[in-house]
Design a protein around this ligand. Structure first.
Ligand code: ADP
Length: 673
């Protein structure tokens, strides 16, 4: 029995005995190792140790390794530790021993050298063991949880991808026929109509334009949500961008009797680096709303330095109106998808509740935020900030208030030599028609191989490269051109990919092949002219500005081919291509070719030649709508897809529908003649 504190005065206290007692109390069994496998017990063994010892009949000196099988693994390392003379204790892993009654003991062993003597302590560590086990369980759970999160994340990503792909496909497929309808409505509006007919066509045009706007909004939103929307980074004149926004708004504002003003703080840099088209989209959304919800008074656009960020290019825009205002509880929710302040809004004012949601995302991409301050009945002020780059190029002589300025006629294209690689004769013809009255000369190549050899043999200012061609496709040809340029120390030629595919993957593929931009078919004349102006010209005027073999920035799509910053740029209010009415005259020739294509399709079907069906389908898809026959575009897409997957039954049906439709069109055009 150890002596108690306050025990009889003068009783002897042996420190060594006290230490041994303490060790037993702490549930340690301690041994001095005197020779290999020889251990002398130091303290009176605790009860648990004795119970475990009862498992063998052996007495001291203790043959530890035989009594505790788990020590067999530890003792050789302990020997090495003792031999090294290191005074750092060496601890074993947990090990579990069971006594004769089946009780479990969780133990730890420690080898230690101190005062030149070697010791082995075995500790009963049940509590630590439980904690340790618990931690192990937590760790395993964390790993499982982490894996589940990764898996869920992957699934969510796939679902978002699928959703955005679906929306992009749908929007793309809907836009093509809609373009043709709108083109036809425009043509119809140019003919002689009585007043009722004119009214009907007007409704047709307005409803079509609204639908096109909605489809473009959905496409934008799905692109931003899937992280597919990339902003451009180009130099632009801020005053001019705002001037154009006001120009587009002023006519409608004055028709409603609203004043429209703008103020532009002096400290704002005039030439910025950013995405002017997307900035314009935000401002048009906000001004469009301001105008829609204001019956009397004034609208105002203000631009100044962001009061919370002194960095150059950190700007704050304000769009103010004196309209109906927004109730306080709706100030935040109106920025959500499909959200309107009032359920009667759609009935009264139209709209879908997408404009602000898109604006919010675009502002976010520009490094800023958007919010609104409003007083019901008094008006609203929408504010947003952006962070743009600042260019040191001098500003153009333009003022944002100079809205009386007529939109400048696009300057004629300067002479450029262009190589067009496209296997579709119709497409080659179409592009030729588009550039007929310009100073551009077009050379044609029917496949990538021919394009490559032409490009090697003479100078071009620009290459238009169809992606899908027989023999050598456009991507392979582009890569080969880039390799050749490098080998011959030639500056990289601007190459624009042409595809019928509006998805980001197609743009990525073009970028990876080394194209500078990506134009989506059907391509209208204005888009082609803009693209030629932008790419061929840049190369000529500033040869030092090289088009790197692999493009420096993200590859651009037709939708973001922006008018150049200069005043000669054509104004394009939407990305959707429109049917060019001047092409109506070309329809008979196109239809004649379609008769040939039908024969080729029938032959290919009989020969089960899926490559030819796919090629013809692809070409129809690309150019049917451009010639005013969106049905050919649809059938082309169907044929292409069915041929890719070898679904001959569907190919047959599509070929027959193609034949039926062609016959119908030919008949009606014969009647007209
Ligand atoms: P839409 O205008 O197509 O309904 P938006 O996302 O642009 O969609 O706007 C969402 C809602 O916010 C509108 O329906 C309207 O209720 C409210 N709102 C937006 N701008 C204004 C404004 N200037 N004045 C009053 N209400 C506005």
């Amino acid at each position: 029995m150890p002596e108690q504190n306050g025990g009889p005065a003068g009783s002897s206290r042996d420190p060594a005995e006290a230490a041994a007692l303490l060790l037993s109390g702490l549930q340690y069994a301690v041994f001095e190792r005197t020779a290999p496998e020889r251990f002398l017990q130091v303290n009176a063994a605790p009860a648990w140790f004795e119970r475990l010892q009862q498992r063998t009949a052996e007495g001291p000196p203790v043959a530890l390794a035989r009594q505790f099988s788990a020590l067999e693994g530890f003792l050789p390392t302990a020997e090495a530790c003792w031999a090294s003379g290191s005074e750092t204790p060496l601890q074993s892993d947990f090990f579990t021993e069971t006594d004769l009654d089946g009780n479990e003991y969780h133990l730890l062993a420690v080898a230690v050298t101190t005062g030149g003597r070697h010791f082995l302590a075995i500790e009963r560590a049940d509590a630590t063991y439980v904690n340790h086990e618990q931690l192990q369980i937590y760790a395993r759970e964390m790993v499982n949880l982490y894996e589940t999160i990764i898996q869920l994340n992957r699934e969510v990503e796939q679902a978002t991808q699928a959703k955005s792909q679906f929306l992009a496909t749908m929007s793309h497929e809907m836009r093509t026929p809609l373009n043709a309808m709108l083109g036809m409505a425009d043509l119809l509006a140019e003919t002689e109509l009585d007043s009722d007919q004119r009214r009907y066509v007007g409704i047709f045009q307005r409803a079509g334009a609204n639908l096109l706007g909605l489809i473009n909004d959905i496409l934008d939103l799905s692109k931003v949500e899937a992280g597919h929307l990339e902003l451009e980074s180009v130099e632009f004149d801020l005053a001019e961008t705002i001037g154009r926004v006001l120009e587009l708004t002023r006519v409608r504002a004055s028709a409603k009797g609203l004043e429209l003003e703008s103020t532009f703080a002096d400290e704002v840099p005039r030439v910025l680096v950013g995405d002017p088209l997307r900035l314009r989209q935000i401002l048009l959304n906000l001004l469009g709303n301001a105008m829609k919800f204001t019956d009397a008074g004034r609208l105002e656009v203000r631009v100044g330095q962001d009061p919370e960020d002194p960095a150059p290019g950190a700007l704050q825009f304000q769009v103010r109106d004196t309209g109906i205002g927004i109730p306080p509880e709706k100030l935040e929710s109106i920025f959500e998808n499909f959200s309107q302040a009032d359920s009667s809004t759609t009935r009264k004012y139209g709209g879908t509740g997408l404009g602000l949601a898109i604006s919010k995302r675009l502002v976010g991409l520009m490094g800023g935020r958007i919010w609104v301050e409003s007083e019901p009945g008094q008006g609203s002020t929408f504010l947003f900030t952006v962070r743009m780059g600042v260019s040191d190029r001098p500003a153009l002589e333009a003022s944002p208030d100079d809205a009386a300025r007529k939109p400048a006629e696009p300057a004629p294209l300067p002479p450029s030599h262009i190589l067009l690689a496209d296997d579709s004769e119709d497409n080659r013809f179409l592009m030729g028609e588009y550039l007929k009255h310009s100073a551009c000369t077009l050379d044609f190549a029917e496949n990538g191989e021919i394009a490559l050899s032409k490009m090697k043999s003479r100078h071009y200012d620009l290459v238009l490269m169809d992606a899908h061609m027989p023999m050598m496709d456009g991507y392979t040809a582009t890569q080969a051109m880039r390799v050749w340029e490098q080998r011959h120390g030639q500056p990289p030629l601007p190459i624009l990919a042409l595809t019928a595919d509006a998805f980001k993957e197609a743009a990525d593929q073009s970028a990876a092949a080394g194209c500078n931009a990506h134009l989506t078919k059907p391509i209208d004349k204005a888009t082609l002219v803009e693209a030629v102006r932008r790419y061929a010209l840049k190369c000529r005027r500033s040869p030092e500005r090289s088009f790197a073999g692999t493009p420096a920035g993200p590859v651009q799509t037709a939708a973001v081919v922006a008018p150049p910053a200069g005043p000669e740029g054509a104004v394009r209010t939407g990305p959707a291509p429109r049917h060019d009415s001047s092409l109506a005259a070309l329809a008979p020739r196109y239809l004649k070719n379609m008769t040939k294509e039908l024969k080729a399709l029938r032959d290919a079907e009989a020969a089960k030649d899926d490559a030819t069906v796919q090629r013809i389908g692809h070409n129809l898809h690309g150019n049917g709508a451009s010639f005013g026959f969106p049905r050919f575009t649809d059938l082309g897409a169907e044929l292409e897809q069915a041929a890719k997957e070898g679904r001959w039954h569907e190919i047959h049906r599509a070929v027959e529908r193609f034949a039926g439709y062609l016959e119908q069109v030919l008949e009606s055009s014969a009647e007209r003649e």
